[in-house]
Ligand binder design. Structure first.
Ligand code: FE2
Ligand code: FE2
Length: 178
């Protein structure tokens, strides 16, 4: 695997090979892109920016990996469980709640998750360099995904390579545990 991807993997491997994070592969984010593929794209973009801008790489990529851990399909409008138009406003809180339920994120990582939709969630401002990186990376990736720029890109191939890699690791872990 690409050297950059291997370095990236070292920061997130406990998260990216967990059952909970894997669940994000069951939900579509944009087009044919699952939420898991999206968070890997955001996390890897954040990894590159964090290194470039001398931020805390570990905190940045781990916060990014968990930023959309809301675990439902936001396209299904189910008024019984969730008002359909509020997903953009409410999912950072849900993702932070799940992150705390299943992992042990630091205060700074929780703040990254809570502020990634800013300015939509205007009270949760990305105050750290790390949070600012993730909110920028998320908007950049979401725009590329929505406009189809991401579809055939070299970057998507890289993300897909990592996706296949962690799925293989997860399968091997499951086999071992059987
Ligand atoms: Fe989000
Ligand atoms: Fe996102």
């Amino acid at each position: 695997m690409h050297k950059g991807l291997l370095e990236f993997h070292e920061y997130v491997k406990d998260l990216s090979t967990s059952d909970v994070v894997m669940q994000m592969d069951d939900y579509i984010q944009h087009g044919d892109i699952t939420t898991l593929e999206h968070v890997i794209a955001v996390s890897y973009t954040s990894f590159i920016l964090a290194k470039k801008w001398n931020a805390d790489v570990c905190t940045t990529v781990r916060g990014a990996m968990l930023h959309d851990l809301y675990l439902y399909d936001w396209h299904i409008k189910d008024p019984a469980t969730r008002p359909p138009l509020t997903h953009g406003f409410t999912h950072p809180a849900k993702a932070a709640e799940n992150a705390q339920l299943y992992f042990e994120p630091s205060e700074k990582e929780i703040k990254i998750i809570r502020s990634h939709m800013w300015p939509l969630t205007f009270l949760h401002i990305p105050l750290s360099k790390e949070a600012l990186i993730v909110t920028l990376a998320d908007k950049y990736c979401a725009t590329n995904e929505t406009l189809g720029i991401y579809d055939e890109s070299h970057f998507r191939k890289k993300v897909k390579t990592y996706l296949i890699y962690i799925k293989k690791l997860r399968a091997a872990q499951n086999k071992e545990n059987r």
